[in-house]
Design a protein. Sequence first.
Length: 429
Amino acid sequence: MRLGGRVHAAIEILADIEKRRRPTSDALKDWGLSHRFAGSGDRAAIGNLVYDALRRKMSSAFRIGSDKPRGIVFAVLATDWKMSAGEIEAAFKEDRFAPEVFTPDEIATLAANDLDMAPDHIRGDVPEWCVPSLEANFGEDWVSEAAAFGERPSLDMRVNTLKSSQDKVLRKLANTRAEKTAIARHGIRIKPGERDSRLPNVQAEEAFQKGRFEIQDEGSQIVSDLIFAKPGESVLDYCAGGGGKTLAMSAVMENKGQIHAYDTDKNRLAPIHERLRRAGTRNVQVHNPRDDLSALAGKMDKVVVDAPCTGSGTWRRRPDAKWRLDAGNLEQRMQEQEEVLSGAAPFVRPGGYLVYITCSVFPEENENQVYAFTEDNPEFELVSAGEAWEELYGDDKPNPWSSDMKTITLTPASTNTDGFFFAVMERRT
């Protein structure tokens, strides 16, 4: 397919997402199944167009003067892909699948609409209802913090130190442009490309098949390390999901001690079994939703709550979720967070630690939750996550957000990772 056909496909897919309010991955998959003639390069280019358009949906609509899929995709070509009107017209020439090229009015609008003059939520590319939360978290920097979620994310991997080392995996991935991550101790990163470039399928690599690395955002790796799980400890991963943090802790614990991986949703938990097998972990016991955990009460050195949340920290990877999210969803997640903290707390032994993590950048889900919890549960005291950061990473790395060094927030703008919140509470009695 030529560029015109790819653009036409992206417009169709965006219209489908808007009409049916469905995940981008589902819409792209369905399009691919009904257009089997499209090669892998075509699908990658179309996916790039769709995701780029969704990440900067509001600012692109402002620039082009239209919130329709066609206008937004054309704005992406001009601003993100840095193509001139003449270059686009030349690429579309004699392509019967291409949509109508820029009109003179659209070219004039694109040139005239200065994004610096747009309302703040448009410059930040976020729903307007999110502004108070982001402003409360980031102050006067909130627009630049929000806008950073409009950038393409990298492909991050965590080396499984039970089976390999960072240098060995880098050699195995030498043909992929992989490099060491800036912060995470065992991380490897492949930077995103431009225009129609595609990231390599690292899951097809022998090193992945043999469990020498896992795909995991650097931010997730960082918060997993900040838990400071130690060999021989007893740890409860109370919201284990697919097991990313469980696997990271198991490696740090050198397969010594015991990790109990639990989740209330068996579908979220399902992938963990194959991942544990591939990684070669021996110190993880998986608990199904109906399992009785009462024997663990008051005995865990650390209980990790990777709480259900809005996922606002993952907007680079799931930009469609940004536009589906509403204030009602936030309220629901806050209620779930309160419940999961209350459910997890009894498993912490005196002197042990309750770790609270979200992939959100909203203070309602983060600082507000842990401060409210410690107020209602005085046996728990918030300890300094900032000091843990300094002990682990020193002061020569990019620094996360922190208002008081008690809690920390990772963001694309501050740490070049997905958005994550991290806090630790010690049980005194």
